[in-house]
Design a binder for this molecule. Structure first.
Ligand code: G6P
Length: 487
């Protein structure tokens, strides 16, 4: 299958004419065409939060006037900063969707260094902001605060520290060195950020889709505005493919269906992402957030249990590092996991022998998982090497590779903003199709909200508020103990 310049080989997944017919019937029974239409036209796709999930509008070639105007403002800001050679350093402060996408784009296209240095600060751990500010000249640093809600504790606390750092360093007008990107411009204004430094996005952009919004300002400043535009164009091409291609040739649909079989029928509990590209290390956490926040649900839209296992745990690491870390588990462990191999046909460096090895490793790992090696084959290998038969038979049990482990091979012609944008949209739509089939809302994240709320309560207790009597005994013990050490 080919979609937006990307080849998607799903021949490593189970298939049969019966399965294809049943899958199509299931999609229709779930009103998939109508649900897709609602998603792509800005209807209320996120029913529990009563709003659209219209991130596709942000990359449409002809978006709304409001979106186009905000894009122009952002590009003008980047042009101004570049022409005046302002801000050698950027501290990008944001977390989750306000972080991973930008980190991914900057590491993918700025891997060989950028003239502006960027530090990403997400974690509430004070060491993160300490390291994020270290080594930068405060007079030549731009602080980018990226938060859709402008209420996220990590981002606000880290942002406060960064502003104090500017103030404490004698910067004459610190807020001229602060930019806010948010769906709550009013709150950013209350913080003191000037209007010209506030870039807006909208309530209907889910947090994990923020990459498509003005949050990509950091990408534009660190690498270039062309990267942002290229990623948008690639994602828009994948949107068009998703909207128009028949089910049998629709890459997100087909990837979704095999993922459902792997999870809900074959009972694989996880999905491994193996980008054979050093530049795509941050693709793993990006897809991890996309899939696990979206599909980490077990009730359907009617509020009833789904009844089958839903979204898998997503994990991974770039190959070939992964081969020396956990691939043994994939080859011979008792559980195994489907693997998405992602690789570029052409490299952008000047050492063809490295790329040859990379491609060979990618294909070899996939083949080993797929075809395996039987008892008879490994036995014969040992006998050919002269191993005595008794030992060879014993050894063969250890060397057997069951094979039959499912995988996808996703081949980009080369890593460009266009192909990366298309790849991300491929995964987004795959996740959407799976949510439709399982009947769940992929656009909310109540578990994250619950955790945030509890943390806020405990932070209050650590600052002296009365302990919540509803805590379990262990939490009560540790709140008391940490409170003492914080005095
Ligand atoms: O952009 P913010 O409002 O600060 O939110 C940052 C992140 O917060 C939570 O973790 C949500 O689950 C994410 O989806 C979101 O991206």
């Amino acid at each position: 299958m080919r979609a937006a310049d990307i080849d998607i080989d799903i021949s490593g997944q189970g298939s049969s004419p019966g399965l294809a017919a049943a899958s199509e019937a299931l999609l229709l029974a779930r009103d998939f065409p109508q649900m897709r239409e609602r998603l792509l036209t800005g209807g209320v796709a996120n029913v529990t939060e009563e709003r659209a999930a219209w991130h596709s509008a942000l990359r449409a070639p002809a978006p709304t006037e409001e979106i186009a105007a905000e894009r122009q403002r952002l590009n003008a800001f980047v042009r101004m900063a570049d022409s005046e050679r302002r801000w050698r350093n950027i501290v990008h402060i944001g977390i989750g969707g306000s972080d991973w996408g930008v980190r991914l784009a900057v590491s993918a296209f700025g891997y060989a260094g950028t003239w502006r240095q960027v530090h990403f600060v997400a974690n509430i751990d004070g060491h993160a902001i300490e390291g994020g500010l270290a080594g930068f000249d405060p007079h030549d640093t731009l602080i980018v605060l990226a938060s859709k809600s402008f209420t996220t504790a990590e981002t606000l606390q880290n942002g406060q520290r960064a502003i104090e750092w500017l103030q404490g360093s004698g910067v004459s007008d610190p807020y001229q060195q602060v930019v806010a990107i948010t769906a709550r411009p009013d709150v950013a204004r209350e913080w003191g950020v000037p209007d010209t430094h506030i870039f807006k996005f909208w309530d209907w952009v889910g947090g994990r889709f923020s990459l498509w919004s003005a949050v990509s300002l950091t990408t534009a400043l660190a690498v270039s505005a062309d990267v942002v535009a290229g990623m948008q164009a690639g994602a828009a091409a994948m949107d068009a493919h998703f909207a128009e291609a028949p089910f049998a040739e629709n890459a997100p649909v087909q990837m979704a269906l095999s993922g459902i079989v792997n999870r809900s029928v074959l009972d694989y509990g996880s999905l491994n992402i193996a980008p054979y590209d050093f530049r795509l290390a941050n693709l793993v956490p990006y897809i991890q957030q996309l899939e696990m926040e979206s599909l980490g649900k077990s009730v359907n839209l009617a509020g009833e249990p789904v009844g089958v296992p839903t979204g898998p745990a997503v994990w991974g690491m770039p190959g070939t590092d992964a081969q020396h870390t956990f691939f043994q588990w994939l080859h011979q462990g008792s559980d195994g996991a489907p693997v998405d191999f992602i690789v570029c046909q052409h490299a952008d460096h000047g050492w063809p022998e490295h790329h040859k090895s990379l491609l060979a490793n990618c294909l070899a790992q996939r083949e080993a998982l797929l075809t395996g090696k039987s008892f008879e084959e490994v036995l014969q290998d040992s006998l050919n090497e002269g191993v005595p038969e008794e030992r060879a038979r014993w050894l063969a049990h250890h060397k057997v590779h069951a094979g039959g482990r499912p995988s996808n091979l996703i081949v980009l012609p080369r890593l460009s903003p266009y192909t990366l944008g298309a790849l991300l949209a491929l995964y987004e739509h795959k996740v959407f199709v799976q949510a439709v089939i399982w009947g769940i809302n992929p656009f909310d994240q109540w578990g994250v909200e619950y955790g945030k709320m509890l943390a806020k309560g405990i932070a209050g207790e650590l600052s002296g508020k009365a302990a919540d009597p509803k805590h379990d005994a262990s939490t009560t013990h540790w709140v008391k103990r940490f409170k003492e050490s914080l005095r």
